[in-house]
Design a protein around this ligand. Structure first.
Ligand code: SAH
Length: 493
């Protein structure tokens, strides 16, 4: 019988690039993904289009799966022969219940693998400038749960040996019981001057830190309103933060930037923003599907040389040629004049032996625009009329992508929408239409920043308030302006 395969995968602490290569490969093959609340929603854009996503965290309006239900789900899908990924925040073995879940599979003779991840305690500390061991400051560390199974949740810990025997202690799930933790550690031998650091949303750009001592930390954290997910680091190593805080000091730390497309021309911009501390989510909202209509392609061979074929992107050139092949048409039967919207498109056409005019050099008499749906929408908007078109790909809404896009905004991983051109603007507008999330609600959470005037005109035309317009292509200036734009940059101490 074909029994499935289950992978327990550590997704890392938050920063999307802190997941293992092995974990990522497996995730791309999954038929079913069962994931926790603390998973960065953007990681789920990488799964197969038809993968089943099962959320088991707490979220308003969604029910929460209990541990038994999660285990049942894993079994059901594995028995159907599916590849199941159980995606867990950080490392699956650190307060991740992987032991229980794997045990059940072993008992049921189902194959599984466990792929470790970077645990929050180590990563969040380091992003806050605290190495959990140091030759001169700490020769030992412990990870400890700050939440116990008693009804009130207070942790049940061997306080005496912990306080006396371990130099750096990292508590998970402990913010709610910070007062108890600090009191117990002091009572059992730690000085009340021992340094403590609390890191919330570690490794995300929105990481927040509060520093104090065992005597002061509980009040400070309460005042700063820091809640889970956060770790508590106790020990001398915390003092190293003064010298080693590398992440907090970046100019764009605190900025979560969502670009509604992935475009080659943004490569340098995205790398620069990330380098300066921003989280950048290049989130394709729509996938594309082939257009099945053969008729319009056939008509091309009947068009005269008076008629222009205007290519809207290099990608649309490739899709066009592929479609011709599929329709068994001969390129040489097309008599129309070829026109390119820009030099990049012209070069692409040249590479396949097709000379073309640049749009700016050619007055159009009877054009047919060739492009993907979103490009055609854009072009029509620029020309203020609907031109004849040959669509080479249609946009397709995929529910999982709408959901992750929405979660990025609602869970406040994002505070800026960066619109780099018309495609981004139209995609964002479509998101507002198809997601069901109200425009006002989205705009309350995010600032709208346009990269260049082109995008800003279209945004204005759609009556969306713009918070900032950037000068396209001047990367240093973009970083400077974004740094100054007050987009929730909080660093507390
Ligand atoms: N398996 C996870 C831990 C799960 S328990 C790991 O290895 O990291 C959940 C707790 O982990 C949270 O309550 C919080 O204490 C901690 N945590 C998870 N992600 C975090 C993050 N990005 N920043 C700070 N703490 C985090």
């Amino acid at each position: 019988m074909n029994k499935g395969m289950v992978y327990f995968v550590g997704a890392g602490p938050g920063d999307i690039d802190l997941m293992t290569v092995k974990g990522k490969k497996v995730l791309q093959q999954a038929d079913v993904v069962i994931f926790d609340r603390l998973i960065n929603p953007f990681l789920l854009t990488d799964v197969k289009e038809d993968a089943k996503l099962i959320y088991c965290g707490k979220q308003p309006c969604k029910h929460t799966l209990r541990q038994e239900d999660i285990q049942k789900e894993i079994l059901i899908h594995a028995r159907k022969g599916k590849t199941v990924v159980r995606l867990k925040g950080g490392d699956p073995a650190v307060f991740g219940r992987v032991g229980e879940e794997a045990e059940q599979l072993a008992e049921n003779h189902i194959n599984y693998e466990i792929i470790p991840g970077i645990t929050a305690g180590i990563a969040a500390s380091m992003y806050a400038g605290v190495p959990i061991t140091h030759r001169n400051h700490s020769k030992s560390f412990a990870v400890v749960t700050g939440h116990g199974s008693k009804e009130d949740g207070t942790p049940q810990i061997e306080w005496d040996s912990l306080s006396k025997g371990v130099e750096t202690i990292v508590f998970y799930m402990g913010v709610k019981h910070l007062k108890t933790i600090a009191t117990q550690l002091t009572k059992h031998g730690k000085s009340k001057e021992t340094a403590v650091l609390v890191v919330q949303w570690g490794t995300y750009s929105k990481q927040k830190t509060v520093e104090g001592t065992l005597a002061t930390i509980a009040n400070k954290v309460e005042q700063a309103n820091v809640t889970n997910p956060a770790i508590i680091v106790v020990g001398d190593v915390v003092k190293l933060r003064n010298k080693l805080a590398w992440f907090d000091n970046k100019p764009l730390t605190g900025k979560g930037i969502l670009i509604p497309s992935k475009q080659l021309e943004n490569k340098e911009l995205v790398a620069t923003l990330k380098k300066h501390g921003a989280d950048v989510f290049e989130h394709e909202l729509f996938t594309e599907e082939k257009v099945k209509d053969t008729l319009s392609f056939k008509q091309l061979t009947e068009a005269s040389s008076e008629q222009e074929l205007v290519f809207l992107s290099a990608q649309s050139v490739d899709l066009f040629l592929k479609a011709l092949g599929e329709h068994e048409l001969d390129l040489r039967d097309i008599k129309s004049t070829f026109v390119s919207v820009n030099q990049e498109v012209k070069t692409r056409l040249q590479m396949v032996g097709l000379p073309s005019f640049l749009l700016e050099e050619k007055a159009l008499s009877d054009p047919i625009v060739v492009g993907r749906e979103i490009e055609i929408e854009t072009f029509n908007w620029q020309y203020s009329k609907s031109l004849k078109n040959l669509m080479v790909a249609k946009k397709k809404v995929v529910n999982k992508d709408i959901e992750s896009f929405t979660r990025l905004i609602e869970e406040e991983h994002v505070n800026t929408i960066l619109l780099t051109n018309h495609v981004d603007v139209l995609t964002f507008l479509s998101f507002l239409t198809v997601s069901g999330v109200s425009k006002e609600k989205v705009l309350k959470k995010v600032k709208v920043v346009c990269n260049g005037r082109e995008a800003s005109l279209l945004v204005k035309a759609n009556k969306i308030p713009i918070d900032q317009v950037l000068e396209k292509n001047d990367l240093a200036q973009i970083v400077e302006i974004l740094e100054e734009t007050s987009l929730i940059k909080e660093s507390l101490s």
